[in-house]
Design a protein around this ligand. Structure first.
Ligand SMILES: Nc1ncnc2c1ncn2[C@@H]1O[C@H](COP(=O)(O)OP(=O)(O)O)[C@@H](O)[C@H]1O
Ligand SMILES: [Mg+2]
Length: 260
């Protein structure tokens, strides 16, 4: 956690300079400035949110902040600093912008049979010319940790475009549809499905399981419902009891489309 960045994001003046066009809700890009220091940021006002029938409670912005708090509690810092604040279009979330590189060193679509050694195949399909293709990702510790957090937060939208690579840091973004009480995990990070949870992950899930019943749980209640906090704790508990990564549900909806 970087408290200075959180202060800047929370109390700095937001100046909007554009809108992210591929975004489905009002996702604005701009700078946030305080005392001569400024940073690029994403600002998503609640007013710009499209209502979602299956997420009747809370807001996309609140769920994004909750996911940041979970990531910070894990000690893995896999979500860019994200705060809830008022802004030029009313209350919403403000997140540090991360300049990112091509993600293809970690996740890619390729011809069947050409998955590099050490990579994990997620699913197969057919390309535009009918050729067999597969989507695969690296057996990378950062991706693996993000996959664990996605299980706890029940992320319904972990696609390639929501992964940002910056130097040796990996970040996940767009956490507006996490935290549902029912299993909605939809991700391209299924490479470890059914595998044993490694020790570092187990320790972190143990900590989150306990934090969700304490300070973290209380903090989250500002952004998601108590039932959603309890459901997250249940998912952490299940991870600990099975000791394994979950597997995709058989309804065919466990992979986001498009995957990138
Ligand atoms: N904090 C960020 N830093 C850098 N790029 C970002 C950040 N947040 C989002 N993006 C980029 O902008 C795109 C759209 O933002 P996203 O959060 O997915 O909006 P939406 O909720 O409307 O889908 C993302 O896919 C990602 O490429
Ligand atoms: Mg998105």
């Amino acid at each position: 956690m970087n408290p200075d960045t959180e202060v800047l994001l929370t109390t700095g003046a937001i100046e909007i300079s554009g809108r992210l066009v591929e975004a489905s809700n009002a996702t604005l890009f701009g700078t946030v400035s305080l005392d001569g220091v400024s940073a690029e940021c994403v600002y998503k006002p609640i007013r710009g949110e499209r209502p979602l029938w299956d997420f009747p409670d809370g807001t996309l912005a609140g769920r994004e902040v909750a996911t940041y708090l979970l990531s910070e509690a894990s000690g893995w810092s896999l979500v860019p600093p994200t705060v809830f604040r008022d802004g030029p279009f009313g209350p919403g979330m403000c997140q540090l912008w991360i300049d990112s590189e091509d993600i293809s060193s970690l996740l890619d679509i390729m011809r069947a049979g050409s998955v590099p050694a050490g990579w994990l195949q997620v699913f197969e399909g057919y390309g535009a010319d009918g050729e067999e293709v597969v989507v695969a990702h690296a057996d990378d510790e950062r991706l693996r940790r993000l996959a664990v957090l996605d299980v706890v937060s029940n992320n319904a939208d972990r696609k390639g475009g929501h992964l940002l690579l910056s130097g040796d840091r990996l970040y996940g973004v767009d956490h507006g549809i996490c935290w549902h009480g029912d299993n909605k995990l939809r991700t391209i990070l299924w490479g470890w499905a059914g595998d044993r949870l490694p020790d570092d992950a187990r320790e972190v899930v143990e900590k989150l399981h306990s934090d969700l019943d304490g300070d973290l749980g209380e903090q989250l209640c500002d952004y998601i419902t108590l039932d959603e906090v309890i459901a997250a704790r249940r998912r952490a508990d299940r991870l600990l009891r099975t000791g394994r990564f979950p597997s995709p549900r058989p309804d065919g909806r466990a992979i986001p489309w498009p995957p990138f």
